[in-house]
Design a protein around this ligand. Structure first.
Ligand code: 5RP
Length: 264
């Protein structure tokens, strides 16, 4: 349907299309990821909706919401879920063989993680350039509140130093800026980016970052993806089961959280 795609877009479309084949069943409730790869998934889903498939989507960003609405995909608010979403499909900035990911290159990590945790299953779709041996070459995004962000930034540097990521003076944690202005997320927060080179203890870093006052969420998604769909530019798709899912943040409580009401 789409012609003259770049090799990378062809791979992203193939991965998105495969996720639609596997998970877009009649009546399904789907979390819709953000970024260009997820955009191809949403477009492939839109093709099926145009053919009469009935599904409901929960978007992970305002941009995905706008894309889905333009394609006629019915949406609902994550607050209104009465049961876990069947599956959330989303793309990474990097993913390793454990299924652990760096996410947030598009500044949507908070909503992405929240919707993924409100799902029975999270599936990672990627072109093969995203599959890496070790996470950390891509700068790790950290979403922080605006108030006191510089103090939060210093705490992040101190933590990284404590965890052994080089000397504190050489750890480069920068507030993300685009077109000369700080990036503000859909929740009204800033993004800090830190290039770590190689992340050594993923679970420890994931949990410790979130202990810092001012950190809302970090882009190291450990133990969340239960399947990887990885595609090549020629359209060949591999479905890979993560090698291990060891994370202190595996949200085994997540299905129980759905349906809880205020005051419970
Ligand atoms: C947005 C994200 C994206 O999913 C991630 O950046 C991948 O984007 P793309 O598919 O465009 O490479 O985490 O916050």
């Amino acid at each position: 349907m789409y012609e003259n795609l770049s090799p990378q877009d062809a791979a992203k479309y193939a991965a998105g299309k495969q996720a639609v084949r596997m998970y877009a069943k009649e009546g399904a409730h789907l979390g819709l990821g953000s970024g260009t790869t997820s955009g191809w998934f949403v477009r492939a889903l839109g093709e099926e909706v145009a053919r009469g498939l009935r599904v409901t989507g929960v978007p992970t960003s305002t941009s995905t919401r706008d894309l889905a609405l333009s394609l006629g995909i019915p949406l609902m608010d994550v607050n209104d879920l009465e049961a876990p979403l069947d599956v959330t499909v989303d793309g990474p900035d990097e993913v390793d063989r454990d299924g652990d990911m760096i996410k947030g290159g598009g500044a949507c990590l908070l909503w992405e993680r929240l919707v993924a945790e409100a799902s029975g299953k999270m599936v990672c779709i990627a072109d093969e350039s995203k599959l890496v041996e070790h996470l950390g070459n891509f700068p790790l995004p950290i979403e922080v509140v605006m108030f006191g962000w510089e103090a939060t930034r210093r705490s992040v540097v101190a933590l990284l130093s404590d965890l052994g990521y080089r000397d504190v003076k050489t750890i480069d944690v920068v507030r993300r800026v685009r077109d000369g202005v700080p990036v503000v997320t859909d929740s009204g927060n800033y993004i800090l980016d830190v290039r770590l080179g190689r992340i050594t203890d993923k679970g420890l870093l994931d949990t410790n970052l979130n202990w810092i006052a001012g950190v809302v969420e970090n882009g190291l998604f450990t133990g969340i993806a239960s399947e990887l769909i990885v595609a090549a530019p020629d359209g060949k798709v591999r479905v890979i089961e993560p090698r291990a899912r060891n994370s202190p943040r595996i949200p085994s409580w997540r299905s129980k959280a759905i349906g809880a009401t205020d005051g419970m």
